[in-house]
Write a protein that binds this ligand. Structure first.
Ligand code: PPY
Length: 347
């Protein structure tokens, strides 16, 4: 058992705000990891957790990942994240009222933290938050002047990361005939699959939602991989684009891929330990906080810097490709795993 003090010290963040929301039987956690480079920013995750500790830990880990994302591309932002831990189903009015109360908490932080959407929230929810927490809300709907979902810049970033990973593993970034296994065909996974296919890649996918499975099997002709077979399937690149924490000693021992590059946050259960295991198995791991930073970069460039969309997409791909190239080179030179190399690269 580690103490709360040890937990907070290991996290290394600045402030952790935990609010009890009695009306919705929910907990709101806002983790401000760093404001050293600039205000903190990060999405709003709304979902059920097993208990409060799990929810708080998730907010802490996700906010730390945001700091790394912005630092990798030297942007003047820091890491923050909101977790709304739901303990029961809410009807639409209750959910709306909860969002307004969350907005008041964000407003109270006076610009230390800027929010956007994440798992469980949408641009429509950002419109609601904006009514009470302007100007600290990103990714509103285009109808109200926002940049909408960040899934497309995120997908372009993952696409660039897969190319950079292939270049390192196979000596060429040519994706023709490469077998890419995507876990999770949500907004990012599905957009990514189209980018990859247009370059001649062969797409395998795993997905929980039956309707989505049917669409991608029947309409797109992708190869379905069952959840049980996910880690045992032969592929060139495995791209986790669903939940975090999927890579541990057991799954890593089964993998039959040459590289990993996906959008999910915090893919390694224990980054220091599991990055080493992947290295030993000869699997090139593109650190998730680099692969997935296209969303954060896209949102802040479009909304805070008003950069045109096409320029943002080009910049996201360039920045992620360059960062991974630098990280892979550093890992080779220092004979360390890629997560360690990424921390050194960011420093
Ligand atoms: C993420 O990349 O995980 C994010 O949360 C993206 C983001 C960045 C800035 C504001 C809101 C969301």
């Amino acid at each position: 058992m580690i103490t709360d003090q040890q937990m907070l010290e290991r996290w290394g963040g600045e402030s952790l705000h935990v609010y009890r929301d009695r009306a919705a039987d929910a907990w709101i956690i806002i983790a401000v990891h760093s404001t050293e480079r600039g205000p903190s920013a990060g999405g709003t995750r709304m979902k059920a957790y097993g208990n409060l500790q799990e929810a708080v830990l998730d907010a802490m880990k996700l906010s730390a990942a945001m700091t790394l994302k912005f630092a990798t591309v030297k942007m003047a932002w820091g890491g923050g994240k909101t977790v709304v831990y739901l303990t029961r189903e809410l009807d639409p009015q209750e959910r709306h009222a909860l969002l307004l109360r969350l907005g008041a908490h964000i407003k109270n932080l006076s610009g230390q933290y800027y929010a956007g959407p994440d798992i469980g929230t949408t641009s429509d929810d950002m419109d609601v938050l904006h009514t009470v927490a302007a100007p600290y809300i990103f990714s509103r709907t285009p109808a109200t002047g926002g940049s909408g979902s960040s899934s497309v810049p995120t997908a372009y970033g993952v696409f660039a990361a897969i190319r950079a990973t292939c270049r390192q593993v196979f000596g060429t970034g040519d994706l023709e005939g490469k077998r890419i296994l995507i876990q999770g065909m949500g907004n990012v996974g599905s957009y990514l699959s189209h980018l990859l296919r247009s370059e001649g890649a062969y797409i395998l996918f795993s997905e929980m939602n039956a309707e989505t499975v049917k669409h991608f099997e029947d309409q797109e002709g992708y190869e379905l991989v069952s959840a049980e077979a996910l880690f045992d399937t032969d592929c060139d690149i495995f791209s986790p684009c669903a939940q975090g924490g999927i890579l541990d000693a057991s799954s890593i021992s089964r993998l039959k891929c040459r590289g990993i590059a996906g959008a999910a946050n915090n893919q390694l259960s224990d980054p220091a330990l599991h990055a080493g295991m992947l290295k030993e198995r000869g699997i090139l791991y593109a650190p998730d906080f680099v692969v997935s930073l296209g969303g954060a970069m896209g949102i802040t460039l479009m909304e805070a810097e008003r950069m045109p969309y096409e320029e943002v997409i080009a910049k996201v791909q360039m920045a992620i490709g360059e960062a991974l190239e630098g990280i892979f080179r550093l890992a080779e030179k220092e004979n360390c795993d890629t997560v360690e190399a990424a921390y050194r690269y960011v420093d």
